[in-house]
Design a protein around this ligand. Structure first.
Ligand code: NAP
Ligand code: GLV
Length: 321
């Protein structure tokens, strides 16, 4: 007898209608909602074929076990998938998928915006004006870093790192990058030079992070790395919070070890360390790298495509494992 029950998909928090409607046409949908607690998700999980997660949802053994043996795919509504316990999924034969490519422009553009905002202290400057503290043009007020001719250091020359490098190229004097493997097309095309991390930190005026959070990259930037940067240099992080030691960064900003920072991501989101909130010359955004309508809709479509491929017994287009 054919199984006529529709597969159950647990959308842990929220999936935009561009993807949700595609899933709803063929699947039973359960939704945790934006405020879902881990306990509520565990309660919703039994019997699900697919779990739709996002960077704010930790997918670990408890949730996988609660879903049961019918769980076949965890579809992450993001390109990064450090929130998913990969080994636990692998050992249970559960596919994990992500949403690469469609958010590359949005995230690289946000990294450029953060770069400019931090260099020119846009948050502070607007805050002063809105607070009624602007008393007129002052030649010494809000002095920042001019980026024309600057050396940009791109840590991780993947999709987003490369697009960021393309966007800053017209401004740059030089582009340095680190990557596990050389990118000869980037080196010729931009041009950019692959260097060791130590050299990048010592030479770059702007260091922008674009590597995923993995055991090798967590803690990549700590006190030693910040102290190795020139005092006028700045750090931009649109990748993942755990790459940077937030307390060390706040200290470096306070002590003038570096001149500015722009952050979109934090280790324990949505908590932002008080030390960063108090730090000078630090632009803080609430994880909005891919937050354009175009990117978020396209990501939602990819989530649905990946779930439906697995439901149909086909290879999902964006399999991570
Ligand atoms: P990607 O194309 O896979 O690029 C990642 C790059 O990091 C690759 O070039 C890779 O090097 C390099 N890399 C990986 N592990 C490394 C290591 N241990 N040491 C040095 N380099 C390493 O990924 P993407 O699409 O550009 O996305 C990058 C990250 O951005 C995501 O993982 C996510 O965390 C973050 N992100 C954040 C937002 C946001 O909203 N703020 C939005 C999208 C993405 P190889 O090429 O040599 O393998
Ligand atoms: C967002 O942070 C993503 O990884 O897509």
């Amino acid at each position: 007898m054919p199984d006529t029950e529709p597969p159950i998909v647990l959308i842990c928090r929220r999936l935009l209608s561009a993807g949700r409607d595609r899933l709803a046409a063929r699947c039973e949908i359960r939704e945790g909602g934006l405020d879902a607690t881990p306990e509520e998700l565990v309660a919703l999980a039994p019997g699900t074929t697919a779990i739709v997660a996002d960077p704010s949802v930790a997918v670990g053994e408890e949730l996988l076990d609660a879903a049961g043996e019918g769980l076949r795919v965890v579809a992450n509504y993001a390109v990064g998938y450090d929130n998913v316990a990969l080994e636990a999924c692998r050992s249970r034969g559960i596919a994990v998928t992500n949403t690469p490519g469609v958010l590359t422009n949005a995230t690289a553009e946000l990294a450029l915006a953060l770069t400019l905002a931090a260099a020119r202290r846009l948050g502070e400057a607007e805050g002063e004006l809105r607070a009624g503290r602007w008393s007129g043009w002052d030649p010494g007020d809000m002095l920042g870093l001019e980026l024309s001719g600057a050396t940009f250091g791109v840590v991780g020359m993947g999709r987003i790192g490369r697009r960021y490098a393309e966007l800053v190229a017209p401004l740059s004097g030089a582009i340095l990058y680190t990557s596990r493997s050389p990118k000869s097309d980037v080196e010729r095309g931009l041009p950019a030079a692959r260097v060791q991390m130590e050299e990048l930190l010592a030479r770059a005026d702007v260091v922008s992070l674009h590597v995923p959070a993995t055991p090798e990259t967590i803690g990549l930037i700590g006190a030693a790395e910040l102290n190795a940067m020139p005092r006028h240099a700045m750090l931009v992080n649109t990748a993942r919070g755990p790459l940077v030691d937030a307390e060390a960064l706040a200290r470096a900003l306070r002590d003038g070890a570096i001149s500015a920072a722009g952050l979109d991501v934090y280790e324990h989101e949505p908590n932002v360390p008080q030390a960063l909130l108090d730090a000078p010359r630090c632009v803080l955004l609430p994880h909005v790298g891919s937050a354009t309508t175009r990117a978020r809709d396209a990501m939602a479509v990819l989530v649905a495509d990946n779930v439906l491929a697995v439901v149909d017994g086909a290879e999902p287009p964006n399999r991570v494992i």
